[in-house]
Write a protein that binds this ligand. Structure first.
Ligand code: ADP
Ligand code: XUL
Length: 520
């Protein structure tokens, strides 16, 4: 019986999910799920929450060698999972978006000749032309964004071409910075991967392509044609075209799983399917297939996203349009101050999550007029280049009101900055670590005046990746399965939170005031 494997290489952890799907017998089970948390599993790389923050407060990187070690460790975990790895027909994955991996010309040979008797890291340690990978939390590239925007004719032109105006964390600006600051290392760089395509390359034993879901997070792809945009490449760095992997459909078969994985861990000759970004994969993992649906992911970052019929643009210029793994488009707004901001307020008061929820319950909706713009780290939406939380009529040392202020501020920010995706929705699908907290979900339901359905506690991104592997495998076999049938049965909610009409009325009045207050 075929099974399907999905990975999620997120900021803080690597997750693997195996699905057993038999459409004839209506069987659809998650038979294995395991997460490796980077800080705990690999203390030697000295990451905190999966990243290393520079002393300048704006540079944020991860050593890509840690990802290599983590994928190998996950192979070992899968080998002892009890699942017959020979049944896995196809494998895909999800990567944190925007992060980039810089490889020398030695990488192609190294990928192609992996020796199953030696650890992966021992064979790939020498292939990096840059020992660090800038990740999505990095905002050190303001000047690079300005240069790219100038070369391409302004914010609107960049957004019309690539789906987003130039963003600090997007890969084009990151490559611009690297090529100018370290020209020798750039010259030694033969291939620049995204996190997603780097992981796919390790599995397939060959340089893997980038899909339009993750490719749209680079400011380098022509969103309409799903090809590299020569003007954007030229604006980013010299001779970039030959350093980028090709773009391919999200359902492209990259190749067969490399012999390394088959011999070392007992996999069969599974198909490796192109990986995508975590948000495009979460779209599938949440069952968001039709335009007008909306999802919220409360992870390290908070994101609000949904499928859209056309490549719409955020008139405020704060949102993004990516390719959807179904072949259409998705729109997304990302908030850097997600879980990290909630944790900041929780830790300020020495609380656990239970205590955090209890404090929230002690205060009324609207917080008596108190507000917080929760910019504890530089914010993406709205753009706030330097950290600085802004409190109004709340004493931050007063736990209940501080807790309510952070949750309400985040929820109102999500509402304000997602109107362009779906102005009015009756149901929102929610996932991510903080979706475990029903008290937080209640505030979001009240602010949006919409029912929240939780697709949890599963990891929506790795589930979405496994579902994409299933879809691509059936398509390659000439027996395509409609997306609605692909996601059916895996994306049923385990919790429904309905809005409280009185609270919703309070927020309706508060939203315009908050919008004025939280404008940088
Ligand atoms: P990512 O995939 O971006 O690494 P996750 O979706 O796994 O992140 O979410 C991790 C975050 O979930 C943690 O940083 C933590 O703050 C948050 N979290 C976990 N449990 C709770 C809870 N009960 N209430 C609020 N937040 C929680
Ligand atoms: C999206 C974004 C984050 C990362 C990490 O644009 O920057 O959501 O994908 O999850």
């Amino acid at each position: 019986m075929p099974t399907y494997l999905g990975f999620d290489a997120s900021t803080q952890s690597l997750t693997a999910t195996i699905l057993d799907i038999d459409l004839d017998r209506a069987r659809r089970d998650i038979v294995f799920e395991h997460t490796i948390t980077f800080d705990e599993a690999f203390p030697g790389y000295r990451t905190a929450n999966g990243v290393i923050r520079g002393e300048d407060g704006v540079t944020v990187t991860t050593p890509p060698a840690m990802w290599v070690a983590a994928l190998d460790r996950m192979g070992a975990e899968l080998a002892k999972s009890g699942v017959d790895l020979g049944t896995i027909a196809a494998i895909s994955g999800s990567g944190q978006q925007h992060g980039s991996v810089y490889l020398t010309a030695a990488a192609a040979d190294a990928f192609a000749s992996l020796d199953p008797s030696r650890p992966l890291i021992d064979q790939l340690r020498h292939v990096f032309s840059r020992p660090v990978s800038p990740v999505w939390l990095d905002c050190s590239t303001g000047a690079d964004c300005a240069a790219i925007t100038g070369a391409l004719g302004g914010d609107a032109a960049v957004a019309a071409l690539t789906g987003s105006r130039a963003y600090e964390r997007f890969t084009g600006a990151q490559i611009h910075k690297f090529a100018h600051a370290e020209p020798d290392a750039y010259a030694r760089t033969d291939r620049i991967h995204l996190v997603s395509s780097f992981f796919a390359s390790m599995l397939a034993g060959t340089h893997a392509p980038i899909d339009p879901g993750d490719g749209a997070g680079m400011n380098l792809m022509d969103l309409a044609s799903r090809t590299w945009a020569p003007a954007a490449l030229n604006a980013a760095a010299p001779d970039l075209a030959r350093r980028l992997p090709p773009l391919a459909d999200s359902w492209a078969v990259v190749g067969e799983l490399a012999p390394y994985w088959q011999r070392r861990y007992g996999f069969g000759p599974a198909k490796v399917i192109a990986w995508s970004g975590d948000n495009p994969c979460s779209l599938i993992g949440l069952g968001l297939i039709d335009a007008g649906q909306l999802g919220i992911s409360l992870g390290t970052s908070d994101t609000v996203f949904g499928p859209v019929a056309r490549a719409v643009h955020d008139p405020r210029g704060a949102g993004h349009v990516f390719g959807s793994p179904t072949g259409g488009y998705m729109a997304l707004t990302c908030f850097a101050n997600g879980s990290l901001a909630r944790e900041r307020v929780r830790d300020m008061h020495g609380l656990d999550w239970h205590g955090f929820a209890a404090r929230l319950a002690q205060t009324p909706p609207g917080n008596g007029g108190g507000m917080l713009a929760p910019w504890f780290v530089p914010e993406i939406t709205p753009p706030v280049p330097h950290a600085g939380a802004r409190w109004k009529d709340v004493d931050p040392s007063e736990a209940p009101r501080a807790v309510r202020a952070v949750v309400e501020g985040q929820a109102m920010g999500m509402r304000i900055h997602s109107r362009w995706i779906a102005p009015r929705v009756s149901t929102i699908r929610v996932t991510g670590g903080a979706a475990a907290n029903a008290a937080i979900l209640q505030v979001i339901a009240d602010v949006f005046d919409a029912e929240l359905v939780r697709i949890a506690p599963r990891n929506a991104a790795s589930l979405g990746a496994a579902l994409r592997a299933f879809h691509a495998d059936r398509l390659a076999a000439g027996a395509p399965v409609p997306w609605r049938d692909v996601v059916a049965g895996f994306t049923d909610p385990d919790l429904r939170v309905t809005p409280d009409p009185a609270a919703a009325a309070v927020y309706r009045e508060l939203l315009p005031k908050y919008e004025t207050f939280a404008t940088p």
